[in-house]
Design a protein around this ligand. Structure first.
Ligand SMILES: [Zn+2]
Length: 349
């Protein structure tokens, strides 16, 4: 809390001269020194609402949300109500983005629908962070509902929770929130977004993708992407140092065994394909992965809330570094060296 200048000076005028010097020194010192940021900021998501959204999106009535099915349509209806309610505005007048694909099971031409919303930045509204999460899943197979609570009702509900906080505490740069369809069929919604983006791709600072963020017995959320975009590493490290969960980097190198490199494993892959940096947040595969037991009852709620707050913290760090990140991004040519930004210590707040 900053004291009023008037009362401070009035008080000091009654002190002896030596004390005046000391007091002035203390005043200057306190004005320039701030304690190291050991803990995460106090902003946090509404945990109860987060869990309720996850419960709704993974409910049996959504029938596994397979792209092109009535279950996916029901999930989308929830999102179309929730987006404006959490303070999101359409992106350039668009609330949805539709695309056509061939259903791999039936061969039929089918419509996929991404749901779009944005929070306008206060200082550089023409620059964008794109937060993505796919809301589709596997549907019903042999009578079993694949609820996809972790994959990826968790990322979708997280997107709503993050939107709610950022629309109340608006960032300097704009943030697009995109609930993507048809990820399970091959990142189709993400590829449609990138192919027909409502904003210039050159104005996108970074893609932050959430896919499977609610289930970890060991309190561990991976942040993948720094292998390709090492200048993002100091931002992850800053958040990891104060996060309430473990936040390792990795799972993004082509040297890893098949399946362990997640570079193309979810929607961030479509952004990476067009040289947009990404950070993908997700847990390692668990027994519920692509299994009917991926249900609301089997998530780890405390970890989930902590994970989403960790992503919220990361978005704040990204927002403070927006211009520098975009410059670094646009300098990324084929022959550009990597890692120079990462080694520039002191460049971060
Ligand atoms: Zn997924």
């Amino acid at each position: 809390m900053k004291p009023s200048t008037e009362s401070t000076l009035a008080h000091r005028s009654r002190l002896r001269s030596g004390a005046v010097v000391t007091a002035l020194f203390l005043l200057l010192f306190s004005a320039t020194w701030s304690p190291p940021q050991a803990s995460a900021p106090d902003r946090s998501v509404d945990g109860e609402r987060l869990l309720e959204d996850l419960r709704i999106l993974s409910h049996d009535s959504m029938e596994g949300r397979r792209a092109g099915t009535p279950g996916a349509e029901r999930a989308r209806r929830h999102l179309l109500e929730a987006f404006p309610e959490r303070g999101l505005a359409p992106i350039r007048g668009l609330e949805t983005q539709t695309f056509t694909f061939h259903d791999p099971l039936t061969g039929d031409a089918t419509e996929g629908v991404n749901v779009l919303g944005m929070v306008q930045g206060t200082e550089r509204p023409e620059l964008f962070v794109v937060v993505t999460a796919h809301y589709d899943h596997l549907g019903v197979r042999n009578g079993d509902i694949y609820n996809g609570a972790d994959d990826n009702a968790s990322g979708t509900a997280a997107l709503l929770a993050l939107a709610e906080v950022l629309s109340e505490h608006r960032p300097a740069h704009s943030v697009l929130f995109v609930a993507l369809d048809a990820e399970e069929i091959g990142l189709l919604g993400a590829r449609a977004f990138v192919a027909d983006s409502p904003v210039s791709l050159d104005s996108v600072i970074v893609n932050v993708n959430l896919d499977m963020v609610s289930r970890s017995e060991v309190d561990e959320l991976y942040a993948a992407g720094t292998f390709h975009y090492p200048f993002l590493m100091p931002l992850i490290e800053k958040v990891a140092a104060r996060a309430p969960i473990h936040l390792p980097t990795g799972h993004d190198s082509p040297d890893l065994p098949p399946g362990d490199d997640w570079t193309m494993a979810s929607d961030h892959g479509a952004f990476h394909e067009v040289d947009i940096p990404f950070v993908y947040f997700g847990v390692e595969d668990h027994p519920g992965y692509h299994h009917p037991s991926d249900t609301f009852e089997n998530i780890t709620p405390e970890f989930y809330v902590h994970a989403v707050n960790t992503v919220l913290d990361f978005l704040g760090v990204v927002d403070r570094e927006g211009e520098a990140l975009l410059e670094r991004r646009l300098g990324l040519g084929d022959a550009a060296p990597t890692g120079t930004f990462a080694s520039a210590e002191g460049a971060l707040p």
